[in-house]
Design a protein around this ligand. Sequence first.
Ligand code: PMV
Length: 318
Amino acid sequence: MTTVTASAPGKFVVLGEHAVVYGKPAIALAMDMRFTMRASFGKEFKVNGAPANNYNLSPHMRYLSEKHGNDPLSIFIEERVPSGSGLGSSAALSAAYSAAVRALKKLPTDPESIAREAYEAEFLAQGRGSPMDTSASVNGGGIGLNIPYSNEDFLWRIEKNTHAWDISKVKVPKMTFVIGNTGIRAPTGPLVEKVRKYKDSNTFAASIVEEIGEVTLEGMDAMKRDDRVRLGSLMTADHKLLSILGVSCPQLNKLVECSLPYSYGAKLTGSGGGGCMIALTDHPEKVARAIKLHGGTPYIVNTDVEGVKVHVDNNGKK
Ligand code: PMV
């Protein structure tokens, strides 16, 4: 029997969220928290030994299964990325699931095919969103949207309705971040809408969006030079700009503040309003302790990780 093991990492946005919606640059980094699953063809559809149903089969999995002919699969989920907090959990699931089904069906498992398919699954399940999460998960390392890139760094262009995104690689050093999860669930849609209204009605807010774009480009240069002091200070500056746009919240501010004494810099990550913050640090244990003391859940993560991985085991047969 053929068994496929597939995994893909979660991600966080290091700079550029919200402004990216208006064509400004954004950079997302894959991290060493992964979604990992094993899959084989089965007699009936099962997830972790239980019959597949609406509770254990996500809409992303359902879309990808249907797309590939609905063969019954036996799936075991071995690890997950924490969900509902802007860490790209559904993108990692979609990328790994796409890779697994494609490998079982002997279809190409090149990163671009998986990135396109995983994005379709995300889009259909969520009805919105950019290909930032799925591309970061499939490629690993760092990826940029709307950033200047050389031919060798270009990954793929993804189009949806009237939007098009050129995704490119960003060289990322191995860095340690601490993620602080507020545990507050805040859907992305209303926050994006809030910023849109503010920006459209207020030239000051529009200038903040411009400024986030500039900070992000500078941050990309700092990352390329591995200048953590500069990158950290740009992250903290970005947090202040995002706060002015109204997408932070008291709990995020508290976790950012308590991390700063032990960090190069800290900021909210993703859509804000709750969800997670990130701190770039050489003292992850100290930051993690501070986050815990202030009511958050810390995760210590590293960057410069591999993207989607797939391994086919034919029971020893080739
Ligand atoms: O919360 P996340 O990780 O899905 O990030 C949302 C990022 C935004 O820029 C706020 C929205 C978007 O679609 O880019």
